[in-house]
Design a protein around this ligand. Structure first.
Ligand code: MLT
Length: 408
């Protein structure tokens, strides 16, 4: 076949976490006797909560009887789950979205990767640097990013998040159509507080931009006054789509469930001047290309939002929080500069003596058999940094930190 999407040919190398996995596999093949500890990809280690397991069993049994068997479900998710999310995640925080604005999916990664399909090829996209690579790569795959040179795409607007600005993105100098924001941030672990999020919402309203707000890590916020949802900011429902995930909140990285909130109020204009609702476009897209998250997974997800499950989920979250505290303490003891990790499972480490990220990654793998994620993999401004996740078990985290301390 000769006619392909040429944008794929312009992509640079592998997807970040596939490249990390490739290097780790090569290392394991060379040193099969060495136990490798991963503080790399943000994959959870604590098992699913007992309430989630019971809900799964119950739903599986329902599938075994003709009177309770379920086939195709609604593409946007079952009402029982959308309403549970509304009651748990939004109403208590004074957020007035409706269940019809919530779309259940197999995870935030797919939603975030797919959502850009709704934008024109000429839409100007702004993203932070460093950034979760899915935002950048999915726009590049659609031919919206231009050409890749010296670590940056020519048509994307980058908002550098560096030590000098406290890893806080500043408002763009030129108006983009779409802005990706993530708080608590992957990879820097820093947070947008109410004031800064308000300035983004106000900017988007004034400039008629759309914000794609990734809140996958909101359950790691330790200070309840920080916004968990962008809709806590007045007017955000006119300009922002929010993505949430059960992966890190409830250990669903393998089970897969997330959701997007697409408010009815957000409209977009077509080239010939007509107005379309983004909500209706997303519904059309999902109905055409997606058959919904499996019924048994949605029942398991429903259990996540029951008040009695909270304690079980908190047990896993507190393991990760303690791991993050241990990492911050250990890195500071080693005389290194480490950021994030307080409201986030990610610690953003400045490499010693400004060592390039991939050299640091290789060194840690060789000398300590510990996997991190090289900061430059998240963007040019991540050079000289590495990301460590708090998602491994406490035992492995302690062991990895001891090895790192020795190696450094
Ligand atoms: C990460 O490590 O950044 C995440 O686990 C990747 C993801 O959620 O897809």
């Amino acid at each position: 076949m000769k006619s392909i999407n040429n944008a794929y040919a312009g992509l640079s190398g592998n997807y970040l976490f596939s490249e990390v996995a490739r290097r780790v596999s090569a290392f394991k093949a060379r040193r099969p006797e060495t136990e490798v500890i991963s503080l790399g990809i943000g994959d959870v280690s604590q098992p699913l909560a007992p309430a989630v397991i019971s809900a799964l069993h119950k739903a599986v049994d329902e599938m075994a009887r003709p009177e309770t068997f379920r086939g195709y479900g609604p593409e946007q998710g079952y009402a029982f789950l959308r309403e549970a999310i509304l009651r748990h995640d939004f109403l208590p925080r004074g957020v007035n979205v409706s269940a019809e604005e919530i779309f259940i999916s197999d995870g935030a990664k797919s939603d975030i990767g797919n959502f850009q399909e709704l934008f024109g090829e000429d839409a100007v996209v702004a993203l932070t640097d460093p950034v979760y690579p899915v935002y950048e790569d999915s726009n590049a795959m659609s031919g919206r990013a231009g050409t890749f040179r010296n670590g940056r795409w020519s048509r994307l607007v980058y908002l550098p998040c560096t030590r000098a600005n406290g890893f806080q993105p500043e408002l763009p100098e030129t108006r983009p159509d779409v802005i990706y924001l993530c708080s608590p941030n992957n990879p820097t672990g820093t947070v947008l507080d109410r004031e800064s999020l308000t300035s983004w919402v106000n900017y988007a309203r004034q400039q008629e931009c759309l914000i794609l707000f990734d809140a996958a890590y909101e359950s790691f916020l330790r200070d309840d006054s920080l916004p968990h949802s962008i809709y806590e900011i007045p007017g955000a429902d006119e300009v922002a789509v929010e993505f949430r995930s059960l992966s890190k909140t409830a250990g669903f990285t393998g089970l897969r469930c997330g959701y997007a909130v697409v408010p009815e109020k957000i409209s977009a204009r077509t080239a010939d001047g007509r107005t379309l609702k983004l909500h209706d476009m997303w519904l059309r897209r999902q109905c055409t290309k997606y058959n919904g998250c499996p019924y048994i997974v949605q029942r398991a997800a429903e259990a996540v939002f029951l008040p009695e499950t909270r304690q079980q989920l908190d047990a896993a979250l507190s393991v990760y929080r303690k791991n993050a505290d241990l990492m911050l303490d250990a890195f500071r003891r080693m005389g290194l500069s480490a950021f994030g990790g307080v409201h986030s499972p990610y610690v953003w480490l400045q490499t010693p003596e400004n060592m390039p990220s991939w050299s640091f990654f290789d060194l840690m793998l060789e000398k300590a058999a510990v996997v991190c994620t090289p900061g430059v993999g998240f963007g040019a401004s991540g050079e000289g940094y590495a990301r460590f996740t708090a998602f491994n078990s406490p035992e492995n985290t302690v062991k990895a930190l001891e090895r790192l301390e020795k190696a450094l």
